[in-house]
Design a protein around this ligand. Structure first.
Ligand code: HEC
Length: 193
């Protein structure tokens, strides 16, 4: 009995040790992992450096694309503003034209009765002929002279008796005319050579 016990006492720690070392043994996979060789390490380094380069290139490209996009957006903005200005201007012009249709000086001379006293030629009637009037020198009964520019023609129409053209009697009536009508008449007289 004594011997058996001694024998068991001898075996037990061995078994225990075996068990403990068996349990604490590393998993098989870890144990079998291949060690990285120098060549493999070199290749890995290369791959990593290439990856860094690619990343850098991608970043640069992104920056370029972003800059181009911003530039393009600015250009589109500019264009849009230009188009908007053009549209606004065109609308304003159309509204203007609609508000004050272009007056026809020739038609006005007829409708306002000017042609009862004025001819479109240089021949005088009750008043002086309009042909060649624009730009010519006028002589007045008071001895003064003036060049028949737009301002003179305007004044002659709106304030007829302020200056009486030599050779004529003050018989032209001051007629109610709008500024636009006066302008149209002046424009028409300017066309008569
Ligand atoms: C009843 C006749 C009569 C009518 C109508 C008449 N005029 Fe006259 N006009 C004259 C006479 C006369 C003169 C020259 C005397 C003077 O200077 O007032 C004259 C002068 C002028 C002159 C200056 C001519 C020059 O040789 O320097 C102009 C311009 C003119 N008339 C424009 C018009 C216009 C435009 C109308 C129509 C809206 C008009 N007249 C209607 C009689 C008339």
């Amino acid at each position: 009995m004594k011997t058996d016990k001694t024998c068991w006492e001898l075996i037990a720690p061995v078994l225990l040790l075996a068990c403990v070392s068996g349990c604490s043994e590393q998993p098989k996979a870890d144990r079998d992992q291949p060690t990285i060789t120098a060549t493999a390490q070199q290749q890995l380094d290369k791959v990593q450096s290439v990856a860094t380069e690619v990343e850098q290139a991608a970043k640069t490209t992104m920056k370029t694309v972003e800059a181009e996009l911003a530039n393009g957006a600015a250009k589109v903005d500019e264009l849009a503003q230009h188009v908007e200005a053009n549209v606004t201007e065109t609308v304003a012009r159309v509204e203007d034209a609609a508000a004050s249709p272009k007056l026809d000086g020739k038609a006005l001379a007829l409708s306002k009765g000017c042609i009862a006293c004025h001819k479109a030629t240089s021949d005088g009637l009750i008043g002086p002929g309009w042909g060649g009037l624009a730009g010519s020198e006028r002589s007045f009964v008071d001895g003064t002279t003036a060049i028949a520019d737009d301002a003179y023609l305007r004044a002659a129409i709106t304030n007829p008796n302020a200056q009486i053209v030599e050779g004529f009697v003050p018989s032209m009536p001051a007629m109610p005319l709008t500024d636009a009508e006066v302008e149209a008449l002046v424009e028409y007289i300017n066309t008569l050579k």
